[in-house]
Design a protein around this ligand. Structure first.
Ligand code: ADP
Length: 484
């Protein structure tokens, strides 16, 4: 991998604490999910290292918060420019450890970098307010202050973007951060940290703790228990989110949780079917179906059902599957064997309960799964309740608007949802009735740096991106001035 990079020094195997690269007590292997080949032996940090990082971040906080927003913005802008300049190398690192096709990886680098740019600008607009007084001798003021040391625990499916989406607003607000990237994908995080160093980030302001699965649990506990850590932002599974929420009770920590989804993708009879199929393809097969906003359940109205599934199956059949570095590849491997087994389990269960396999349905060797389309799917099947997190599109049939809203909402999750219709009144009725944090209308892609991304119900707490994503990292302080 190193020999394929224009700037080989971006491939870091050590962690970053207080501006120093540290090797840790032991190392763990990071593999290419497409081949199983070991890419690197990365520093495996312990809870004691995490404590050192938290202390460094806490010490660095005083200097960082004392800078003006404009000074912080200048450093963030340099970081943004370096991320963009090195997009090709960063994309190679990302594809190598995560598996997604190189074009998608490059897209993620630019998307990830866009949070740094946007929050560098937004940091200059953290306004307080004055409130009309009810007492002639007093004045009421509100100022916004950085919350303090922030911890970020991130997943493997977007190894760069899930970091910048948390870290950029935190840094712009004047907070310092300790990042614990996923054990499968620490290399992207370390490369981004190297570029932050080059951008002039002061020591201790941004720390990255690479760690194996076992040490990640211990580090997670330390970060939750530490009274110095004032905010914890996590993206990952609902199960781990629950653990972190429980652990954070002892320190009454502010939490942002971006957890699992079970996104419905609804196609009404009056939709533009070609556009709906297009949207379905990006929403479902991007990142091999491993995104938390991936359409998990397709609901198609009976009048267009056969036309939709036939076209979707044709398009899915045409997807090129292979190693992300190969030109033309549109779908890479799944992250690991367990992920592959889950997809197989969902397909086997659906078949046993009467689903028709229109396309795919089988694994391709040890690490890949065919782009799959299942028709005649029913609510009794596993894939209607659980997030498949793989390239499987289960398609349900529905009759009425009322019925599909009830079906779509019948889940404990509430992250993304999608609706295809050309009836403007229905757009409003359905968007308002869906119990989801986000609704894509006539589009299968909705995430961007400027908007609040997040879920309701057991999909999580808080919003990332946009003006709301900055509020996470600020505390409103009320100042009451008397004797006026
Ligand atoms: P996935 O199922 O997609 O791998 P996880 O929720 O297991 O997602 O992992 C997301 C992140 O949470 C990773 O960085 C992982 O190391 C971390 N993690 C997993 N278990 C724990 C835990 N008990 N405490 C803290 N972090 C954890």
């Amino acid at each position: 991998l190193q020999s394929q990079l224009r700037d080989p020094s971006l491939l870091k195997a050590d962690a970053l604490i207080n501006g120093q690269w540290v090797g840790g007590g032991s190392r763990f292997a990071v593999e290419d999910p497409a081949t199983g080949q070991v890419l690197s032996e990365v520093a495996d940090l312990s809870a004691a290292d995490a404590e050192a990082a938290v202390n460094a971040a806490n010490t660095a906080w005083a200097g960082w918060r004392a800078k003006t927003a404009k000074e912080r913005a200048a450093i963030l802008m340099r970081w943004y420019q370096l991320l963009v300049q090195h997009a090709d190398d960063l994309a190679r690192i990302l594809t190598a450890e995560q598996g997604k096709p190189l074009v998608e990886a490059r897209g993620e680098i630019l998307y990830g970098a866009s949070f740094v740019e946007w929050y560098a600008e937004q940091g200059k607009r953290v306004y307080g307010e004055t409130i009309p007084t009810t007492d002639p001798n007093k004045r009421y003021l509100v100022v916004q202050q950085p919350i303090g040391v922030c911890a970020a625990i991130t997943p493997w499916n977007f190894p760069l973007a899930m970091i910048t989406r948390k870290v950029a607003p935190a840094l712009a607000a004047g907070c310092t951060v300790v990042i614990k990237p996923a054990e499968q994908t620490p290399l992207s995080a370390l490369a981004a940290a190297e570029l932050a160093q080059r951008a002039g980030m002061p020591s201790g302001v941004l720390n990255v703790l690479s760690a194996s699965a076992d040490n990640s649990i211990a580090i997670g506990k330390l970060l939750c228990d530490s009274p110095l850590v004032r905010h914890l932002s996590f993206t990952g599974s609902t199960e781990v989110g629950r653990i972190l929420m429980t652990q954070s009770g002892s320190t009454v920590k502010k939490l942002a949780l971006e957890l699992g989804g079970n996104a419905p993708f609804i196609v009404f009879d009056d939709a533009d079917i070609e556009s709906a199929v297009e949207g379905a393809m990006v929403s479902k097969y991007r990142n091999a179906g491993q995104t938390c906003v991936c359409a998990n359940r397709f609901y198609v109205q009976e009048g267009v059902y056969e036309a939709f599934v036939t076209r979707l199956a044709e398009k899915a059949a045409a997807l090129q599957v292979g190693h992300g570095f190969e030109p033309g590849v549109q779908q890479g491997p799944l992250i690991d064997g367990q992920a592959l087994e889950k997809v197989e389990r969902h397909v086997a269960d659906a078949k046993a309960l009467g689903a028709r396999v229109l396309q795919g349905g089988e694994r391709l060797g040890e690490r890949f799964f065919q782009p799959t389309v299942l028709a005649d799917v029913t609510p009794a099947m596993l894939c209607s309740r659980e997030e498949t997190f793989g390239p499987v599109a289960p398609v349900f049939r529905f009759q009425t608007e009322e019925q599909v809203i009830a079906l779509a909402n019948a889940t404990e999750f509430g992250l993304a949802s999608y609706v295809y219709t050309r009836d403007i009144s229905r757009v409003f009725r359905v968007s308002e009735a869906l119990e989801y944090g986000m609704v894509g209308v006539n589009t299968g892609l909705l995430a961007t740096a400027e908007v609040p991304f997040g879920g309701v119900k057991q999909s999580g707490l808080g919003r990332e991106g946009g003006r709301q994503g900055m509020d996470e990292y600020l505390e409103a302080k009320y100042i009451c001035l008397g004797d006026v």
